[in-house]
Ligand binder design. Structure first.
Ligand SMILES: Nc1ncnc2c1ncn2[C@@H]1O[C@H](COP(=O)(O)OP(=O)(O)OP(=O)(O)O)[C@@H](O)[C@H]1O
Ligand SMILES: [Mg+2]
Length: 248
């Protein structure tokens, strides 16, 4: 699906060091329009650091970052999100003390500064509906079960109508039924809004079922890239990661 489509994100030899540690090493990551790309790898492989780099929260020690064809190596998180690359954080990206509705409304503030209140509420209703959050709209986000709280982060990001939606472990804490409905929601988001999705996730069953392509990171380096069936059978990937996650 990715072949021939426009390149939305390109990192060229991006490296990020923390003192003596190389968290991301010479990363050449390409995300193409319309795909759902999985970024996987063991704990500490550099996945969240990659998200921080592409969303402007961290600057590369070296290398170049291009988003939607523009050099974004030195751009701020706000500039990058306004361009349409919106990300969630591994440990949640919403206000615990606010209702689900007000959280998603925050997302709409990014979108259309001149939008009417009715337009914003419609955007909230649509985002909540896709993620199955409608019955929780008036609940305080922090009071909800952990799995549902994770969906609030996605709804908030979705409310901005991103062109490239980057999700850091969106399925953590969800039960099997919630995982299945979230996967359907992500497919709907792509179909309905033409949204490209970059996903970090440890739930391999879900990654294999959802993603068009997978990039495997190990010690900050790109270990392999391919379709789910290629990655599943890749001996280097099995040795470094998948072998230890059998059945998960
Ligand atoms: N701000 C930081 N300062 C120092 N070291 C950091 C910082 N952020 C990340 N690291 C280190 O960089 C490496 C990569 O971390 P990162 O959080 O990107 O891994 P990850 O692949 O997201 O892991 P996980 O699956 O556990 O979330 C780790 O060794 C981590 O300790
Ligand atoms: Mg992480």
């Amino acid at each position: 699906m990715a072949e021939g489509n426009a390149v939305l994100l390109q990192t060229t030899n991006v490296t990020r060091r923390f003192a003596g540690l190389v968290a991301v090493a010479d990363l050449n990551l390409t995300v193409c329009e319309g795909e759902i790309l999985g970024l996987i790898g063991p704990n500490g492989a550099g996945k969240s650091t990659t998200f921080n780099l592409i969303s402007g929260f961290l600057k590369p020690s070296s290398g170049r970052l291009e988003i939607f064809g523009k050099d974004c190596t030195r751009k701020s998180p706000t500039e990058i999100s306004r361009m349409g690359l919106v990300r969630t954080f591994q440990h949640g990206s919403y206000m615990r003390s606010m209702t689900v509705r007000d959280n998603i409304l925050l997302g709409t503030i990014h979108w259309l500064s001149g939008a009417s209140s009715a337009q914003r509420q419609q955007r909230v209703a649509e985002s909540a509906d896709i993620l199955g959050l409608t019955s929780h709209l008036d609940r305080v986000a922090g009071s909800l079960p952990h799995g549902i709280q994770r969906l609030v982060s996605i709804a908030l990001a979705l409310a901005t109508r991103p062109r490239l939606l980057c999700l850091d472990e969106p399925l953590t804490g969800l039960n099997e039924t919630e995982v299945a409905s979230t996967l359907n929601a992500l497919r709907t988001i792509r179909e309905r809004f033409g949204c490209t999705i970059l996903l970090v996730e440890h739930n391999m069953k879900a990654v294999m079922a959802l993603c068009d392509r997978i990039v495997v990171l190990h010690h900050g380096q790109q270990l392999a890239t391919g379709s789910p069936s290629q990655i599943r059978l890749n001996e280097k990937v099995i040795a470094a990661y998948l072998g230890s996650r059998h059945g998960k």
